[in-house]
Design a protein around this ligand. Sequence first.
Ligand code: NAP
Length: 470
Amino acid sequence: MDMLIGGKYISGDDLEEVKNPYNGEVIDTIPIAHLQTAQLAIDEANNAKSKLVEMSAFKVSNKLQNVVEKLKDKRQEFAELLTLEVGKPINESLVEIDRSIETLKLAAEEAKRIYGESVPLDAGLNGKGFFAFTQKLPLGVVAAITPFNYPLNLTIHKIAPAIACKNTVIVKPPTEAPLTVMKFCQLLDGEFPDGVVNTITGYGSEIGDYLVCSSDIDKISFTGSVTTGLMISQKAGMKKVTLELGGNDPLIVLNDANIDNAVKGVINGAFLNAGQVCMGVKRVIVQNGVADEFASKLVEETEKLVMGNPMDDKTNLGTLISQNAAIQVEQTVNDAIDKGAKVLTGAKRDGAFYHATVLDNVKMDMDLVSRETFGPIAPIIRVDSLDEAIEVANDTEYGLQAGVFTSDYKAAMRCVREIESGTVFVNKQSTFRTDNMPFGGFKNSGIGKEGIKYAVEEMTKTKLIGLNLR
Ligand code: NAP
């Protein structure tokens, strides 16, 4: 598939194959762009700025709404492409497309709500006699650099608010799963002037780095790993940066919890998208009083999951993004087993598949839980008390989301107050997001928030206009 730059489709001399992780078949190729092509995309995005700013908010909103309708019409086609390139079950891909539609809709609505405010300068010393107000202005060019696991929805969480507040966009999709995003940008291109949306493909370490270092880009909106995020924050200079990074989310199960609901929370949270979810349940912290009952119910439910062809609508567990990714998970699990973790079910790899796995007796000094593991693993960490549960929950460099299952509202409120993460859910796993909520972690899980209204805030600059009426 060709890149879209300044309204033209551009290929390249060097091509990279995009493979289906389920059967290794080549789905398509993408260009590995040269830096000159990246500069061309930057120039085209800059040239298009005035064309977008001249459009009324009414028109921008309608155009985004048109894309909503186009994506709805192509829902099945997009879901199938997503499953082919990521290996996620088709039902999960359909959910990702539905959420993408929802995200776009929210942006179409938000385009009509980019308000400033009046500011009472007379509340300050010598401010009497002024009439002052603010305007929210676009930053200019936003570069969106995005990961493989929810490639479409996470990219739309950047493109849609950026356009809603009249920024032009350059998208650098993940090399392993770029196709759905590139195809989506073609839908946008039909609605907006040339250069408003551009795609550039190539390796992150070259093309992504070039965008990050460019002084002709006004904002980097990045979703991906902490390692890459840290590098970006060091190189981006004075441009604005939003970093949506990894997670190591805890799910706490206290003695008074509804065990069936907590088990459901882990099944939905640890195994969704084969565990490749930033806000996936990565640590299951269970109080000793219910740990045996909880573990046996969790194993029973885990063993019901159907692993297989991601295109089959009965499949619950697809492949990881690649065989290499599955090998990494295998090594991390084996290391935990060597250090004393007990396998209750799973802990096996077949090519790019990794079986849904429940481990007991996991300790926080194992790499499996001290770092982010991107695979379908539910590691049980047993604790004696609420104090210990909170201590373990916070014993990580990450702080994306968290969930606690309890029927004691005082215990729930302690978790809400004391767990250091961007979101704490009570009686719900961390793996839950609506596309309008402020989403973004504390600690090394990132900087800034997404969720359309919040992303718009981060993609605009505020100008104050003061009229001296004295
Ligand atoms: P990644 O390796 O950091 O890659 C993300 C994107 O950054 C890709 O497009 C990649 O390009 C590009 N990139 C790589 N090196 C770069 C550099 N030096 N400069 C600029 N861009 C560069 O992450 P991933 O493995 O795709 O995704 C998994 C990670 O994302 C996990 O840690 C997960 O938790 C996190 N994540 C976070 C959220 C959130 O909202 N907080 C959501 C989803 C995922 P190439 O593909 O060409 O390497």
